[in-house]
Write a protein that binds this ligand. Structure first.
Ligand code: AMP
Ligand code: MG
Length: 511
Protein backbone atom coordinates (compact mmCIF):
# COMPACT_ATOMS: atom_id res chain seq x y z
CA UNK A 1 0.00 0.00 0.00
CA UNK A 2 1.28 3.43 -0.81
CA UNK A 3 1.06 5.95 2.01
CA UNK A 4 0.03 9.43 0.88
CA UNK A 5 1.43 12.30 2.90
CA UNK A 6 -0.71 15.42 2.94
CA UNK A 7 1.40 18.47 3.75
CA UNK A 8 -0.69 21.08 5.55
CA UNK A 9 -0.34 24.72 4.52
CA UNK A 10 -1.39 27.67 6.66
CA UNK A 11 -3.84 29.30 6.80
CA UNK A 12 -5.76 26.04 6.54
CA UNK A 13 -8.04 25.49 3.55
CA UNK A 14 -10.89 23.17 4.53
CA UNK A 15 -11.06 21.82 0.96
CA UNK A 16 -7.56 20.36 1.33
CA UNK A 17 -9.02 17.80 3.76
CA UNK A 18 -12.02 16.70 1.69
CA UNK A 19 -10.48 13.57 0.21
CA UNK A 20 -8.83 12.34 3.41
CA UNK A 21 -12.00 13.14 5.39
CA UNK A 22 -14.15 11.12 3.00
CA UNK A 23 -11.67 8.25 3.11
CA UNK A 24 -11.83 8.30 6.92
CA UNK A 25 -15.64 8.31 6.96
CA UNK A 26 -15.56 5.39 4.51
CA UNK A 27 -13.43 3.20 6.74
CA UNK A 28 -9.85 4.04 5.79
CA UNK A 29 -7.15 4.81 8.37
CA UNK A 30 -5.78 8.37 8.41
CA UNK A 31 -2.97 9.45 10.75
CA UNK A 32 -3.12 13.09 11.79
CA UNK A 33 -1.49 15.57 14.16
CA UNK A 34 -3.13 16.79 17.35
CA UNK A 35 -1.73 19.23 19.90
CA UNK A 36 -0.65 16.26 22.04
CA UNK A 37 0.79 13.59 19.70
CA UNK A 38 -0.03 12.20 16.23
CA UNK A 39 -3.10 9.96 16.21
CA UNK A 40 -4.04 6.94 14.11
CA UNK A 41 -7.57 7.86 13.06
CA UNK A 42 -10.56 5.74 12.12
CA UNK A 43 -14.32 6.28 12.11
CA UNK A 44 -15.72 5.48 15.55
CA UNK A 45 -18.89 4.22 13.85
CA UNK A 46 -17.19 1.40 11.93
CA UNK A 47 -16.23 -1.63 14.08
CA UNK A 48 -14.07 -3.14 11.31
CA UNK A 49 -11.96 0.04 11.07
CA UNK A 50 -11.70 0.22 14.84
CA UNK A 51 -10.42 -3.37 14.91
CA UNK A 52 -7.96 -2.49 12.15
CA UNK A 53 -6.49 0.16 14.49
CA UNK A 54 -5.87 -2.44 17.21
CA UNK A 55 -4.31 -4.77 14.64
CA UNK A 56 -2.03 -2.12 13.14
CA UNK A 57 -0.77 -0.94 16.51
CA UNK A 58 -0.52 -4.40 18.03
CA UNK A 59 -2.58 -2.78 20.77
CA UNK A 60 -3.87 -5.00 23.59
CA UNK A 61 -7.57 -5.61 23.02
CA UNK A 62 -8.40 -4.45 26.55
CA UNK A 63 -6.98 -0.94 25.98
CA UNK A 64 -9.81 1.41 24.91
CA UNK A 65 -9.56 4.23 22.36
CA UNK A 66 -10.35 7.93 22.69
CA UNK A 67 -13.12 9.40 20.51
CA UNK A 68 -12.26 12.81 19.01
CA UNK A 69 -15.02 15.37 18.40
CA UNK A 70 -15.17 19.01 17.32
CA UNK A 71 -17.37 20.28 20.12
CA UNK A 72 -19.82 19.36 22.87
CA UNK A 73 -22.61 19.73 20.28
CA UNK A 74 -21.46 16.41 18.80
CA UNK A 75 -21.91 14.36 21.99
CA UNK A 76 -25.34 13.01 21.06
CA UNK A 77 -25.19 9.23 20.67
CA UNK A 78 -21.51 9.22 21.68
CA UNK A 79 -22.27 9.45 25.41
CA UNK A 80 -25.51 8.30 27.03
CA UNK A 81 -25.51 11.04 29.66
CA UNK A 82 -23.41 14.06 30.47
CA UNK A 83 -22.17 14.20 34.08
CA UNK A 84 -22.78 17.56 35.82
CA UNK A 85 -19.12 18.62 36.03
CA UNK A 86 -18.58 18.23 32.30
CA UNK A 87 -19.81 21.66 31.19
CA UNK A 88 -17.60 23.60 33.59
CA UNK A 89 -14.53 21.56 32.70
CA UNK A 90 -15.31 21.78 28.99
CA UNK A 91 -15.61 25.56 29.10
CA UNK A 92 -12.29 25.80 30.93
CA UNK A 93 -10.15 23.28 29.01
CA UNK A 94 -11.70 22.32 25.68
CA UNK A 95 -10.71 22.30 22.95
CA UNK A 96 -7.41 21.08 24.34
CA UNK A 97 -5.47 18.20 25.87
CA UNK A 98 -8.12 16.97 28.35
CA UNK A 99 -10.02 13.69 27.82
CA UNK A 100 -13.32 12.93 29.57
CA UNK A 101 -14.52 9.42 30.44
CA UNK A 102 -18.35 9.32 30.39
CA UNK A 103 -21.11 6.69 30.00
CA UNK A 104 -20.94 5.24 26.47
CA UNK A 105 -23.69 6.18 24.01
CA UNK A 106 -25.60 3.85 21.69
CA UNK A 107 -23.83 4.92 18.49
CA UNK A 108 -20.38 3.90 19.75
CA UNK A 109 -19.62 0.21 19.19
CA UNK A 110 -18.17 -1.72 22.15
CA UNK A 111 -14.88 -2.27 20.24
CA UNK A 112 -14.03 1.40 20.77
CA UNK A 113 -13.94 1.13 24.54
CA UNK A 114 -12.80 -2.47 24.76
CA UNK A 115 -16.21 -3.49 26.03
CA UNK A 116 -16.30 -0.97 28.91
CA UNK A 117 -19.64 0.74 29.61
CA UNK A 118 -17.82 4.08 29.37
CA UNK A 119 -16.19 6.00 26.52
CA UNK A 120 -13.33 8.51 26.51
CA UNK A 121 -13.98 11.73 24.57
CA UNK A 122 -11.65 14.57 23.62
CA UNK A 123 -11.93 17.80 21.66
CA UNK A 124 -8.56 18.52 20.04
CA UNK A 125 -7.52 22.12 19.36
CA UNK A 126 -4.95 21.47 16.62
CA UNK A 127 -6.34 23.14 13.45
CA UNK A 128 -5.44 20.32 11.03
CA UNK A 129 -7.03 17.76 13.38
CA UNK A 130 -10.18 19.89 13.50
CA UNK A 131 -10.27 20.32 9.72
CA UNK A 132 -9.96 16.55 9.24
CA UNK A 133 -12.67 15.70 11.78
CA UNK A 134 -14.94 18.30 10.18
CA UNK A 135 -14.29 16.84 6.71
CA UNK A 136 -14.97 13.31 7.96
CA UNK A 137 -18.22 14.33 9.64
CA UNK A 138 -17.99 11.40 12.07
CA UNK A 139 -16.49 10.89 15.55
CA UNK A 140 -12.89 9.79 15.07
CA UNK A 141 -11.08 7.28 17.28
CA UNK A 142 -7.38 8.02 17.40
CA UNK A 143 -4.85 6.33 19.66
CA UNK A 144 -1.28 7.52 19.36
CA UNK A 145 0.04 6.60 15.90
CA UNK A 146 2.84 4.33 17.10
CA UNK A 147 3.27 0.60 17.32
CA UNK A 148 2.24 -0.27 20.89
CA UNK A 149 5.08 0.06 23.35
CA UNK A 150 7.16 2.52 21.31
CA UNK A 151 7.54 6.21 22.13
CA UNK A 152 4.51 8.19 20.90
CA UNK A 153 4.89 10.04 17.58
CA UNK A 154 5.20 13.81 17.68
CA UNK A 155 6.13 14.30 14.02
CA UNK A 156 4.80 12.84 10.76
CA UNK A 157 8.19 11.16 10.27
CA UNK A 158 7.65 9.12 13.45
CA UNK A 159 4.32 7.89 12.08
CA UNK A 160 5.97 6.91 8.81
CA UNK A 161 8.73 5.09 10.72
CA UNK A 162 6.08 2.80 12.21
CA UNK A 163 3.39 2.71 9.49
CA UNK A 164 4.77 3.64 6.04
CA UNK A 165 3.21 1.29 3.51
CA UNK A 166 0.67 0.06 6.06
CA UNK A 167 -1.83 2.94 6.12
CA UNK A 168 -3.19 5.02 3.20
CA UNK A 169 -2.84 8.56 4.64
CA UNK A 170 -0.68 10.67 6.91
CA UNK A 171 -1.46 14.35 7.49
CA UNK A 172 1.79 16.25 8.16
CA UNK A 173 1.49 19.52 10.05
CA UNK A 174 4.90 19.57 11.71
CA UNK A 175 5.82 18.89 15.33
CA UNK A 176 3.12 18.64 18.02
CA UNK A 177 2.82 21.58 20.36
CA UNK A 178 2.42 19.71 23.67
CA UNK A 179 4.26 16.47 22.89
CA UNK A 180 2.69 14.35 25.68
CA UNK A 181 -0.63 12.50 25.56
CA UNK A 182 -3.77 14.09 27.00
CA UNK A 183 -4.84 14.06 30.63
CA UNK A 184 -7.61 11.45 31.06
CA UNK A 185 -10.23 12.13 33.76
CA UNK A 186 -13.07 9.89 34.85
CA UNK A 187 -16.32 11.85 35.20
CA UNK A 188 -18.23 8.73 36.27
CA UNK A 189 -16.52 8.52 39.64
CA UNK A 190 -16.91 10.62 42.75
CA UNK A 191 -14.51 12.28 43.30
CA UNK A 192 -13.48 12.74 39.69
CA UNK A 193 -10.23 10.88 39.14
CA UNK A 194 -7.24 11.53 36.89
CA UNK A 195 -6.65 8.21 35.16
CA UNK A 196 -3.62 9.35 33.18
CA UNK A 197 -1.57 12.47 33.95
CA UNK A 198 -1.11 15.03 31.19
CA UNK A 199 -0.30 18.73 30.95
CA UNK A 200 -3.71 19.60 32.42
CA UNK A 201 -2.96 18.98 36.10
CA UNK A 202 -5.21 18.59 39.15
CA UNK A 203 -3.91 21.99 40.33
CA UNK A 204 -4.87 23.67 37.04
CA UNK A 205 -8.35 22.13 37.21
CA UNK A 206 -8.83 23.33 40.78
CA UNK A 207 -7.55 26.83 39.98
CA UNK A 208 -9.70 27.31 36.90
CA UNK A 209 -12.93 25.55 37.92
CA UNK A 210 -12.85 25.00 41.68
CA UNK A 211 -13.38 21.28 41.02
CA UNK A 212 -11.25 18.96 43.08
CA UNK A 213 -9.98 15.91 41.24
CA UNK A 214 -7.73 13.18 42.61
CA UNK A 215 -5.18 10.88 41.08
CA UNK A 216 -6.67 7.38 40.71
CA UNK A 217 -3.72 6.00 42.60
CA UNK A 218 -4.70 7.96 45.71
CA UNK A 219 -8.01 6.14 46.05
CA UNK A 220 -7.22 2.88 44.30
CA UNK A 221 -8.00 -0.44 45.88
CA UNK A 222 -5.41 -3.18 45.68
CA UNK A 223 -7.37 -4.76 42.86
CA UNK A 224 -7.34 -1.49 40.90
CA UNK A 225 -3.61 -1.24 41.35
CA UNK A 226 -3.32 -4.49 39.44
CA UNK A 227 -6.01 -3.54 36.91
CA UNK A 228 -5.79 0.24 36.50
CA UNK A 229 -9.06 1.97 35.53
CA UNK A 230 -7.30 3.36 32.41
CA UNK A 231 -6.22 -0.03 31.12
CA UNK A 232 -3.43 1.53 29.08
CA UNK A 233 -1.57 2.45 32.27
CA UNK A 234 -0.67 -1.13 33.07
CA UNK A 235 1.58 -1.61 30.09
CA UNK A 236 5.16 -0.58 29.69
CA UNK A 237 5.05 2.42 27.39
CA UNK A 238 7.03 5.08 25.70
CA UNK A 239 10.02 2.82 25.65
CA UNK A 240 13.00 3.32 23.38
CA UNK A 241 15.39 0.41 22.96
CA UNK A 242 18.16 2.12 24.86
CA UNK A 243 18.19 2.01 28.62
CA UNK A 244 16.82 5.29 29.95
CA UNK A 245 18.23 7.08 33.01
CA UNK A 246 16.76 10.18 34.59
CA UNK A 247 18.99 12.98 35.83
CA UNK A 248 17.44 15.25 38.46
CA UNK A 249 18.82 18.52 39.77
CA UNK A 250 20.74 18.19 43.04
CA UNK A 251 21.41 20.60 45.84
CA UNK A 252 24.79 22.36 45.80
CA UNK A 253 25.54 21.38 42.23
CA UNK A 254 24.82 22.87 38.83
CA UNK A 255 22.49 20.81 36.64
CA UNK A 256 25.31 20.28 34.13
CA UNK A 257 27.40 19.05 37.06
CA UNK A 258 24.78 16.42 37.92
CA UNK A 259 24.80 15.29 34.30
CA UNK A 260 28.55 15.09 34.19
CA UNK A 261 28.54 12.95 37.32
CA UNK A 262 25.88 10.66 35.85
CA UNK A 263 27.53 10.04 32.48
CA UNK A 264 31.25 10.39 33.07
CA UNK A 265 31.92 6.65 33.57
CA UNK A 266 29.57 5.47 30.85
CA UNK A 267 31.55 3.32 28.48
CA UNK A 268 28.76 2.27 26.16
CA UNK A 269 27.40 4.60 23.48
CA UNK A 270 25.60 7.27 25.41
CA UNK A 271 22.90 9.73 24.40
CA UNK A 272 21.87 12.80 26.38
CA UNK A 273 18.69 14.88 26.25
CA UNK A 274 18.51 18.36 27.75
CA UNK A 275 18.47 22.08 26.90
CA UNK A 276 21.09 23.90 24.87
CA UNK A 277 22.07 25.88 27.96
CA UNK A 278 22.90 22.68 29.86
CA UNK A 279 24.98 21.49 26.92
CA UNK A 280 26.87 24.80 26.72
CA UNK A 281 27.78 24.33 30.36
CA UNK A 282 28.64 20.65 30.01
CA UNK A 283 30.79 20.95 26.88
CA UNK A 284 33.35 22.89 28.91
CA UNK A 285 34.28 19.53 30.39
CA UNK A 286 34.83 17.97 26.96
CA UNK A 287 37.91 16.06 28.05
CA UNK A 288 36.06 14.22 30.85
CA UNK A 289 32.99 13.36 28.74
CA UNK A 290 32.55 9.84 27.36
CA UNK A 291 34.03 9.67 23.84
CA UNK A 292 30.91 8.34 22.09
CA UNK A 293 28.41 10.94 23.26
CA UNK A 294 25.28 11.66 21.21
CA UNK A 295 23.70 14.97 22.13
CA UNK A 296 20.05 15.95 21.57
CA UNK A 297 19.19 19.43 22.76
CA UNK A 298 16.22 21.76 22.56
CA UNK A 299 16.68 25.49 22.22
CA UNK A 300 17.27 27.82 25.14
CA UNK A 301 17.23 27.41 28.90
CA UNK A 302 16.07 24.33 30.79
CA UNK A 303 12.30 24.38 30.40
CA UNK A 304 9.59 21.81 31.15
CA UNK A 305 7.25 22.77 28.29
CA UNK A 306 9.96 22.50 25.68
CA UNK A 307 11.41 19.32 27.17
CA UNK A 308 7.94 17.74 26.95
CA UNK A 309 7.60 18.83 23.33
CA UNK A 310 10.88 17.18 22.34
CA UNK A 311 11.02 14.17 24.69
CA UNK A 312 9.60 11.51 22.34
CA UNK A 313 11.54 12.82 19.34
CA UNK A 314 14.71 12.71 21.41
CA UNK A 315 14.11 9.09 22.38
CA UNK A 316 13.37 8.03 18.83
CA UNK A 317 16.28 9.99 17.36
CA UNK A 318 18.84 8.76 19.89
CA UNK A 319 17.55 5.22 19.40
CA UNK A 320 18.09 5.53 15.65
CA UNK A 321 21.64 6.64 16.25
CA UNK A 322 22.15 3.37 18.11
CA UNK A 323 22.95 4.58 21.62
CA UNK A 324 22.74 2.03 24.43
CA UNK A 325 21.96 4.50 27.20
CA UNK A 326 19.91 7.68 27.22
CA UNK A 327 20.38 10.16 30.06
CA UNK A 328 17.38 12.49 30.05
CA UNK A 329 16.73 15.53 32.16
CA UNK A 330 14.14 15.21 34.90
CA UNK A 331 11.94 17.89 36.45
CA UNK A 332 10.42 18.25 39.89
CA UNK A 333 7.05 19.58 41.03
CA UNK A 334 3.38 18.91 40.36
CA UNK A 335 3.34 20.39 36.89
CA UNK A 336 6.03 17.91 35.82
CA UNK A 337 3.87 14.88 36.71
CA UNK A 338 2.99 13.97 33.10
CA UNK A 339 6.54 14.43 31.81
CA UNK A 340 8.00 12.38 34.65
CA UNK A 341 5.28 9.73 34.20
CA UNK A 342 6.34 9.17 30.57
CA UNK A 343 10.01 9.31 31.42
CA UNK A 344 9.80 6.86 34.32
CA UNK A 345 7.76 4.50 32.13
CA UNK A 346 10.48 4.77 29.49
CA UNK A 347 13.07 4.04 32.13
CA UNK A 348 11.11 0.90 32.97
CA UNK A 349 11.06 2.03 36.56
CA UNK A 350 7.63 3.60 36.68
CA UNK A 351 5.88 4.04 39.97
CA UNK A 352 6.67 0.76 41.60
CA UNK A 353 3.02 0.13 42.29
CA UNK A 354 2.35 -0.03 38.54
CA UNK A 355 3.61 -3.41 37.46
CA UNK A 356 6.18 -3.27 34.71
CA UNK A 357 5.66 -5.94 32.07
CA UNK A 358 6.81 -9.21 33.57
CA UNK A 359 6.82 -8.11 37.17
CA UNK A 360 3.15 -8.50 38.05
CA UNK A 361 2.43 -10.50 41.18
CA UNK A 362 2.58 -14.18 40.38
CA UNK A 363 4.81 -13.67 37.36
CA UNK A 364 7.80 -15.81 38.03
CA UNK A 365 9.19 -15.39 34.52
CA UNK A 366 11.09 -17.83 32.38
CA UNK A 367 11.51 -19.06 28.84
CA UNK A 368 8.84 -18.97 26.11
CA UNK A 369 9.65 -21.31 23.25
CA UNK A 370 8.12 -20.57 19.84
CA UNK A 371 7.96 -23.48 17.39
CA UNK A 372 7.45 -23.66 13.61
CA UNK A 373 8.77 -26.00 10.90
CA UNK A 374 12.08 -24.61 9.65
CA UNK A 375 12.83 -22.06 12.40
CA UNK A 376 13.75 -19.49 9.76
CA UNK A 377 10.53 -17.46 9.34
CA UNK A 378 7.60 -17.67 11.74
CA UNK A 379 9.12 -18.74 15.03
CA UNK A 380 12.19 -16.43 14.83
CA UNK A 381 9.72 -13.63 14.04
CA UNK A 382 7.69 -14.46 17.17
CA UNK A 383 10.86 -14.75 19.26
CA UNK A 384 12.13 -11.35 18.14
CA UNK A 385 8.77 -9.60 18.53
CA UNK A 386 8.27 -11.05 22.01
CA UNK A 387 11.77 -10.17 23.18
CA UNK A 388 11.47 -6.66 21.77
CA UNK A 389 8.29 -6.05 23.76
CA UNK A 390 8.65 -8.12 26.92
CA UNK A 391 12.09 -9.70 26.93
CA UNK A 392 14.40 -8.90 29.79
CA UNK A 393 15.70 -10.54 32.87
CA UNK A 394 12.28 -11.94 33.75
CA UNK A 395 10.77 -13.24 30.53
CA UNK A 396 12.71 -14.26 27.46
CA UNK A 397 11.74 -15.98 24.23
CA UNK A 398 13.60 -18.52 22.10
CA UNK A 399 12.56 -20.49 19.04
CA UNK A 400 13.15 -23.83 17.36
CA UNK A 401 11.88 -25.93 14.43
CA UNK A 402 9.98 -29.21 14.21
CA UNK A 403 11.60 -30.24 10.95
CA UNK A 404 14.84 -28.43 10.44
CA UNK A 405 18.61 -28.78 10.59
CA UNK A 406 20.90 -26.58 12.67
CA UNK A 407 22.51 -23.49 11.18
CA UNK A 408 20.13 -22.03 8.61
CA UNK A 409 20.00 -18.22 8.77
CA UNK A 410 16.73 -16.40 9.37
CA UNK A 411 15.11 -15.62 5.99
CA UNK A 412 15.74 -12.22 4.40
CA UNK A 413 12.04 -11.34 4.28
CA UNK A 414 11.71 -12.11 7.99
CA UNK A 415 14.68 -9.84 8.74
CA UNK A 416 13.13 -7.13 6.56
CA UNK A 417 9.68 -7.41 8.20
CA UNK A 418 11.32 -7.13 11.63
CA UNK A 419 13.51 -4.23 10.54
CA UNK A 420 10.37 -2.31 9.61
CA UNK A 421 9.52 -2.54 13.32
CA UNK A 422 13.00 -1.39 14.25
CA UNK A 423 14.07 -4.90 15.30
CA UNK A 424 17.39 -6.45 14.26
CA UNK A 425 17.48 -10.28 14.15
CA UNK A 426 20.48 -10.82 11.89
CA UNK A 427 22.78 -13.64 13.00
CA UNK A 428 20.23 -16.00 14.49
CA UNK A 429 20.34 -19.52 13.03
CA UNK A 430 17.90 -22.43 13.04
CA UNK A 431 17.78 -25.13 15.74
CA UNK A 432 15.75 -28.34 15.83
CA UNK A 433 13.58 -28.56 18.92
CA UNK A 434 14.90 -30.98 21.55
CA UNK A 435 13.89 -32.31 24.96
CA UNK A 436 16.08 -30.00 27.01
CA UNK A 437 14.39 -26.96 25.45
CA UNK A 438 10.94 -28.35 26.14
CA UNK A 439 11.98 -29.05 29.70
CA UNK A 440 13.29 -25.56 30.32
CA UNK A 441 10.39 -23.69 28.70
CA UNK A 442 7.55 -22.27 30.80
CA UNK A 443 5.31 -22.31 27.76
CA UNK A 444 5.76 -23.73 24.26
CA UNK A 445 3.81 -22.00 21.49
CA UNK A 446 3.47 -23.57 18.04
CA UNK A 447 2.37 -21.62 14.97
CA UNK A 448 -0.43 -24.02 14.01
CA UNK A 449 -2.71 -26.46 15.80
CA UNK A 450 -1.30 -29.24 13.59
CA UNK A 451 2.19 -28.55 14.94
CA UNK A 452 0.81 -28.50 18.47
CA UNK A 453 -0.59 -31.99 18.01
CA UNK A 454 2.61 -33.36 16.45
CA UNK A 455 4.71 -31.95 19.26
CA UNK A 456 2.37 -33.22 21.98
CA UNK A 457 2.50 -36.65 20.41
CA UNK A 458 6.29 -36.59 20.23
CA UNK A 459 6.66 -35.33 23.81
CA UNK A 460 3.52 -36.27 25.74
CA UNK A 461 5.16 -35.51 29.10
CA UNK A 462 5.08 -31.81 28.16
CA UNK A 463 1.61 -31.73 26.58
CA UNK A 464 0.25 -29.39 29.18
CA UNK A 465 2.60 -26.57 28.41
CA UNK A 466 2.36 -26.93 24.62
CA UNK A 467 -0.22 -24.61 23.05
CA UNK A 468 -0.66 -23.10 19.60
CA UNK A 469 -0.98 -19.44 18.61
CA UNK A 470 -4.67 -20.05 17.97
CA UNK A 471 -5.13 -21.05 21.64
CA UNK A 472 -3.95 -17.67 22.91
CA UNK A 473 -7.21 -15.79 22.54
CA UNK A 474 -10.64 -15.99 20.96
CA UNK A 475 -9.61 -13.99 17.88
CA UNK A 476 -6.21 -15.64 17.37
CA UNK A 477 -5.72 -18.02 14.45
CA UNK A 478 -3.14 -20.41 13.01
CA UNK A 479 -0.16 -18.60 11.54
CA UNK A 480 0.26 -19.78 7.93
CA UNK A 481 3.72 -20.45 6.50
CA UNK A 482 4.86 -17.45 4.40
CA UNK A 483 7.79 -19.38 2.91
CA UNK A 484 8.17 -18.73 -0.83
CA UNK A 485 5.68 -15.88 -0.77
CA UNK A 486 6.15 -12.12 -1.07
CA UNK A 487 6.79 -9.48 1.59
CA UNK A 488 3.05 -8.95 2.06
CA UNK A 489 2.75 -12.45 3.55
CA UNK A 490 5.69 -11.91 5.86
CA UNK A 491 4.20 -8.65 7.06
CA UNK A 492 0.87 -10.38 7.64
CA UNK A 493 2.59 -13.07 9.71
CA UNK A 494 4.40 -10.38 11.69
CA UNK A 495 1.23 -8.39 12.33
CA UNK A 496 -0.77 -11.50 13.28
CA UNK A 497 1.85 -12.59 15.77
CA UNK A 498 2.28 -9.09 17.10
CA UNK A 499 -1.43 -8.74 17.64
CA UNK A 500 -1.53 -11.79 19.91
CA UNK A 501 1.51 -10.93 22.00
CA UNK A 502 -0.25 -8.90 24.69
CA UNK A 503 -2.81 -11.66 25.14
CA UNK A 504 -0.01 -14.21 25.28
CA UNK A 505 1.64 -12.11 27.92
CA UNK A 506 -1.57 -11.94 29.98
CA UNK A 507 -1.78 -15.71 29.67
CA UNK A 508 1.73 -16.04 31.06
CA UNK A 509 0.71 -13.96 34.07
CA UNK A 510 -2.17 -16.31 34.79
CA UNK A 511 -0.28 -19.59 34.51
P1 AMP B 1 -3.89 6.50 23.68
O1 AMP B 1 -5.06 6.59 22.75
O2 AMP B 1 -2.83 5.59 23.18
O3 AMP B 1 -3.44 7.86 24.07
O4 AMP B 1 -4.46 5.83 25.00
C1 AMP B 1 -5.71 6.22 25.54
C2 AMP B 1 -5.72 6.11 27.04
O5 AMP B 1 -7.02 6.43 27.52
C3 AMP B 1 -5.37 4.71 27.53
O6 AMP B 1 -4.54 4.78 28.67
C4 AMP B 1 -6.73 4.16 27.88
O7 AMP B 1 -6.61 3.15 28.83
C5 AMP B 1 -7.50 5.39 28.36
N1 AMP B 1 -8.96 5.24 28.14
C6 AMP B 1 -9.59 5.27 26.97
N2 AMP B 1 -10.92 5.02 27.13
C7 AMP B 1 -11.12 4.80 28.44
C8 AMP B 1 -12.26 4.46 29.24
N3 AMP B 1 -13.47 4.29 28.71
N4 AMP B 1 -12.07 4.29 30.57
C9 AMP B 1 -10.85 4.47 31.10
N5 AMP B 1 -9.72 4.76 30.40
C10 AMP B 1 -9.85 4.93 29.09
MG1 MG C 1 -0.57 5.53 23.18
Amino acid sequence: METRVLLVEHPIEQSLFAEAGTALANGRIVAFPTETVYGLGASAYLPASVREIFRLKGRPSDNPLIVHLLSADDLEGVVSSVPPAFRVLYDAFSPGPLTYVMPRGERIPPEVSAGLPTVAVRFPSQPAARALIAAAGVPVVAPSANVSGRPSPTRARHVLDDFAGRIPWVIDDGPCEVGLESTVIDLTSDPIRILRPGVVTAEAILMKTGIEVVSWKDTATEEEMERPPAPGMKYRHYAPKAEVHIVLPEKDRSFAGSFLEAIRDSEARTGVFFSESTWNELRKYAETLPPALDVYTYEGERDLTRAARFLFDAMRTLDERGVEHIYAEGFEGDEAAAYMDRLTHAAGAADDRIPEAGTEPGASGGLILFICEGNTCRSPMAEALFNDRFGGTIWRAASAGLSTVPGWPVSDQTLQALREFGIEAEGKVSKPVDLSMLKEAKLVVTMTTGQRERLREAAPAFSEKIISMADISAHARDIADPFGEGMASYRRVRDQINESLEDLFSLLQQR
